[in-house]
Design a protein around this ligand. Structure first.
Ligand code: ADP
Length: 633
């Protein structure tokens, strides 16, 4: 096919502009990115060759070669990996396959300069980072096992690229960077060497370079060129923990995660016994931008006896732990394991169990001993832990220990765990109380909390949308029930207190009986009962439910087009509130007073608002309020 000139997709050009204008302070990482791609490509051909060794055509001497050329100012990186055909080049290099791209670019464009670095790192610009140091990049590549010709791709990073058929003998990819002015340092042997030691030492294939040394041969000095391997190739997960520096862990993390920031926590262990494997896992310090998208990259790279198998083994971890990155290397699995086998494989199941246990235990330990770090983790991944609590029955008890909530006890927003809540419960308190709502502001000032304040009982704030679902699993902790504050019958008092209060209540209820009946008659359509209660100290009224479905859940279900059974709640009134004696005054004067009816409507609307709903008829509600304001004196 003839040479064709094509325009980059808009988002690729945007990304390139960001890269070229160098958001990275360390330009040298382009080499890490290209070596990382080369290593992935060799991993793939080696894996595919397990079932079809004709792919290798006799060349199993896997390596990545770096060729600096000081005369031409080029740096070339070659690999004998899987290579790409024309279609793959178009799909992988000319566009950005990831669906989150647009969103990402939008975010990055609005981000502050300092944050940009983090965003772009998360995205892993990979191949494009070549343009930080090169003003022209050529890529020549040939797909293993296909009869198509090789492909040549070339671009200066501004607007267009060309693509054409080309000649190349063997499989793999050659990337040639025409270095920008001032970038010749990357042709220097020692500079290249040190970049590779710093960033790519653990790559499991040799990274080689021809080096020329003067040597004495007899009396004469001669120049000798030898191909030298620059990396140690030691699989980092196989080394003993104390042989690995934090920097090495971090670099390895960046290689497998495409995250630019440091991981928050490293989990490195060897499982022994019935199933033997090594695991090196990382908890990232920030949530990837596509965490909530269905096509998010999954985290764990599976190796069998040091051979890369896949980075897409969904069975290794439950969905909610999709943010974990790392490697699992098993010596028990067969090398020719296929995707279809993962699902029922007993060894994979055991590895899964071990990994989940280890991760959850590590998180608990962090919570207990490294609270600051845990809070960082929780602010990034708390929602996902709650997702786990909803879906992972088996580990529910462990997950319950990991959730944190704001509460009435901490004005400053400090989070409390269920354990800590229970430990500081007053002796008389029997249940764990929570309030649901859309945001902290609304729950903090809710009238439902009044009685709890009076009692000195702490109430947890459930303000994440997902909390509404989590409650369905979280009905008990440490043998104590979790009770919503809007529950009709709250068991807050001792028997004696109850008796005393009930008697008082009865008295005032008697006095107000006709009014209460009148109110109920007026609101019959919406409320089940109208009665006095001790729940309120400041507010005039609230709605309580016998079952535990709060207004939030009702809203959610409605938004999901689910049928919500009409639920009538009980309107509870505060007998001590001056508004009631005023209403009683109107009632005694004239049962048919229009003002009394307006008041009844208004208190019901207030109760709805406090419960997180909207007034029954918002237009009428505002009208009534305005009228009241006009007539207020
Ligand atoms: P990433 O590596 O994050 O996917 P890159 O932009 O670095 O993003 O690369 C895009 C894709 O191009 C890779 O996923 C891979 O499919 C392909 N690719 C890049 N470099 C090579 C290479 N040396 N050999 C084969 N394929 C490659």
């Amino acid at each position: 096919m003839a040479k064709s000139v094509k325009a980059f997709k808009t988002e690729v050009q945007q990304l390139l502009n960001l890269v070229i204008n160098s958001l990275y302070s360390k330009k040298e990482i382009f080499l890490r990115e290209l070596i990382s791609n080369a290593s992935d490509a060799i991993d793939r051909v080696r894996f595919e060759a397990l079932t079809d060794d004709s792919l290798l055509q006799g060349d199993s001497d896997f390596k990545i070669k770096i060729i600096p050329d000081k005369d031409r100012h080029t740096l070339t990186i070659t690999d004998n990996g899987i290579g790409m055909n024309r279609e793959e080049v178009e799909n992988n290099i000319g566009t950005i396959a990831n669906s989150g791209t647009r969103q990402f670019l939008e975010r990055i464009q609005h981000a502050k300069d300092g944050d940009k670095l983090e965003f772009i790192g998360q995205f892993g610009v990979g191949f494009y980072s070549a343009f930080m140091v090169a003003d022209r990049v050529e890529l020549l590549t040939k797909r293993a096992g296909e009869n198509q010709r090789a492909v040549k791709w070339e671009s200066s990073g501004s607007g267009e690229y060309t693509i054409e058929d080309a000649e190349k003998e063997s499989r793999g990819t050659v990337i040639t960077l025409h270095l920008r002015e001032g970038m010749d340092e990357y042709l220097d042997e020692w500079r290249v060497r040190s970049i590779i030691t710093d960033y790519s030492d653990y790559i499991s294939f040799p990274i080689v370079m021809d080096v020329t040394r003067r040597e004495k041969e007899g009396d004469e000095e001669v120049e000798k060129t030898v191909e030298e391997t620059l990396n140690s190739m030691k699989s980092i997960w196989k080394k003993a923990k104390d042989e690995i520096s934090r920097e090495e862990y971090n670099e390895f993390y960046k290689h497998i995660s495409h995250d630019f920031s440091e991981p928050l926590k490293v989990i490195h262990y060897a499982a022994e016994g019935t199933t033997e494997f090594k695991a090196l896992l990382f908890i990232p310090s920030q949530a990837p931008f596509d965490m909530m998208m269905p096509d998010m990259r999954k985290g764990i790279h599976l190796y069998v006896k040091n051979v890369f198998i896949t980075d897409d083994c969904k069975e290794l971890l439950p969905d909610y732990l999709r943010f974990i990155r790392g490697v699992v290397d098993s010596s028990d699995l067969p090398l020719n394991i296929s995707r279809e086998m993962f699902q029922d494989d007993a060894i994979i199941k055991r590895i899964h169990k071990s990994l989940v246990g280890k991760i959850l235990n590590t998180l608990k330990e962090m919570m207990d001993k490294e609270r600051e770090d845990y809070l960082k983790f929780y602010s990034a991944f708390g929602k996902i832990i709650k997702e786990g609590l909803y879906f992972d029955f088996e580990n529910q008890d462990k997950l319950k220990e990991l959730v944190l909530y704001q509460s009435t006890a901490n004005e400053d927003g400090k989070l409390v765990s269920l354990r800590e809540y229970v430990d500081r419960m007053p002796e008389k308190q029997k249940d764990i109380y929570y309030i649901t709502g859309e945001n902290l502001e609304s729950v903090r000032n809710s009238p439902y909390l009044e009685i709890f304040k009076e009692k000195g009982y702490e109430v947890l704030f459930f303000t994440d949308q997902i909390d509404e679902f989590v409650i369905q699993r979280l009905f008990e902790y440490d043998k104590k029930k979790l009770v919503p504050v809007h529950r009709g019958e709250l068991d807050l008092d001792t028997d004696e207190e109850k008796k005393e209060k009930e008697e008082k209540l009865k008295e005032s209820q008697k006095e107000y009986e006709p009014l209460l009946k009148f109110i109920h008659k007026h609101l019959e359509e919406d409320v089940k009962e109208v009665k006095f209660s001790n729940r309120l100290t400041d507010s005039v009224c609230c709605l309580v439910a016998e079952d535990s479905m709060g207004a939030g859940m009702e809203k959610l279900l409605k938004a999901m087009n689910k049928d919500v059974p009409p639920s009538k709640r009980v309107l509870e009134l505060n007998p001590g509130h001056p508004l009631l004696s005023r209403m009683k005054g109107y009632y005694d004067e004239d049962e048919n007073s229009e003002r009394l009816k307006d008041y009844i409507e208004l208190i019901h609307d207030q109760a709805l608002i406090s419960a997180g709903s909207t007034p029954k008829n918002p237009t009428r509600f505002t009208k009534l309020i305005s009228e009241l304001m006009v007539n207020s004196d």
